[in-house]
Write a protein that binds this ligand. Structure first.
Ligand SMILES: *Cc1c(COP(=O)(O)O)cnc(C)c1O
Length: 394
């Protein structure tokens, strides 16, 4: 009996999934750094363009290294199909555009990544698509926002930057009742700790730039879901608008997937320990970590996530205190990236959420005292010492 990769454990799928060796039998995945492909004859080119013969024609449509990345991530996610994109935002844009047309309406959580909010508020209206933003943990708000023309629900959980969590299964149920599709941005939870497709989502999007690379090198993104839906909604859009991932980036991200399970679990263990120490510090007004029992949506987190993740946020009460904290750090970097091997601290109000208005920031509870921490792979003792020294300094 041949092994079915879908039956493998997650760690095995992440290391071996999608591997398609060339006749040379290389151990590492081959990097097909090529734009296009040649044909044995005009007849062969004719057949390949007609779709009568399998094979690649142009790397904007597909590429063998990118395909290995897509197949590996699809296996990890338990999705039928994955399409890779040049960045996480290309994935979100593609995911929404392929499901929407003029006259359609989207309901989205308020607390979503800044650029996603920009697409909904500033870009979609140009094409006659309206969005209503709701307080995502409030199920009644999703129901109340539904209109006859609602076609898509968009959500992020845990959400940036304050780790707000919403009940994905319950929101998917509301969407099913009205025939809308659900797109979930699963960047913060990662494929290791949360599987939106099993909770009822139709499409999952990732910024592979974050944990999937995890070592600060390349941008990438992905859209995952059922093959029929992805083919119908995205195949031609990908071919003709060109959000394709570079084969080089796909190769880097394939190697990232091999260590994803190990890295994310280790980072999450350290994040949980640091969250407890930070929450206990007298200067800290509030500390949010999905794995802590005092998280506002701890019960939902326990139901739909298998780990707390690598991110936490805490409130120091004022922008001055937050800046003193950041200024006193010696080991952690001040940076707005996340999911990296290097731990990073950021002040969301002046960086990632700068483009969001003050009023919108207050709606999601983001006051000037909040600091977001992405926990990396350094020794826990060094991170704890650095953070506690910086907290003492504010
Ligand atoms: C980073 C991020 C994105 C965008 O990804 P890029 O790769 O930077 O384009 C989208 N959603 C979330 C939650 C993110 O953290």
């Amino acid at each position: 009996m041949a092994e079915d990769p879908r039956d493998w454990g997650l760690a095995t799928r992440l290391v071996r999934g999608g591997l398609a060796r060339s006749p040379h039998g290389e151990t590492a995945e081959a990097l097909y750094l090529t734009q296009s492909f040649v044909y044995d004859s005009a007849e062969a080119a004719d057949a390949r363009f007609a779709g009568d013969e399998p094979g690649y024609v142009y790397s904007r449509y597909g590429n063998p290294t990118v395909k290995m990345f897509e197949d590996r991530l699809a296996l990890a996610e338990g999705a039928e199909l994955c399409r890779a994109t040049a960045s996480g935002m290309a994935a979100v844009h593609l995911a929404l555009c392929g499901l929407l047309r003029a006259g359609d309406h989207v309901v989205s959580g308020k607390a979503v990544f800044g650029s996603c909010r920009w697409i909904l508020n500033n870009w979609a209206p140009r094409f006659g698509i309206e969005a209503t933003l709701v307080d995502a943990p409030d199920l009644a708000a999703w129901r109340a926002a539904v209109r006859p023309d609602t076609k898509v629900f968009f959500l992020e959980s845990p959400a940036n930057p304050l780790l707000e969590i919403c009940d994905i299964a319950a929101i998917c149920q509301i969407a099913r009742e009205i025939g809308a599709k659900v797109v979930v941005d699963n960047v913060f939870a990662t494929p290791i700790f949360q599987s939106p497709l099993t909770l009822g989502a139709d499409v999952v999007v990732y910024s592979a730039t974050k944990h999937i690379d995890g070592q600060g090198r390349v941008l990438g993104g992905a859209v995952l879901g059922d093959a029929a839906l992805l083919e119908e909604a995205y195949r031609d859009l990908i071919r003709h608008t060109g959000p394709a991932m570079s084969p080089f980036n796909a190769w880097v991200l394939l190697k990232g997937l091999e260590t994803l399970d190990l890295r994310v679990r280790r980072q999450s263990v350290t994040a949980a320990l640091l969250a407890d120490r930070i929450a206990a510090h007298p200067r800290v007004k509030d500390c949010r970590y999905p794995g802590r029992p005092d998280h506002p949506q701890a019960a939902i987190a326990a139901r739909q996530m298998t780990g707390g993740g690598t991110l936490l946020a805490f409130d120091l009460g004022s922008r001055a205190a937050a800046f003193r904290f950041l200024g006193a750090l010696e080991v952690l970097d001040i940076a707005n990236n996340l999911g990296d091997a290097k731990s990073m601290a950021t002040h969301p109000s002046t960086t990632t959420h700068r483009a969001v208005t003050e009023e919108e920031r207050l709606e999601i509870g983001l006051t000037q005292g909040w600091v977001r921490l992405s926990v990396g792979l350094e020794s826990e003792a060094d991170l704890a010492r650095d953070i506690e020294r910086a907290l003492d300094a504010c």
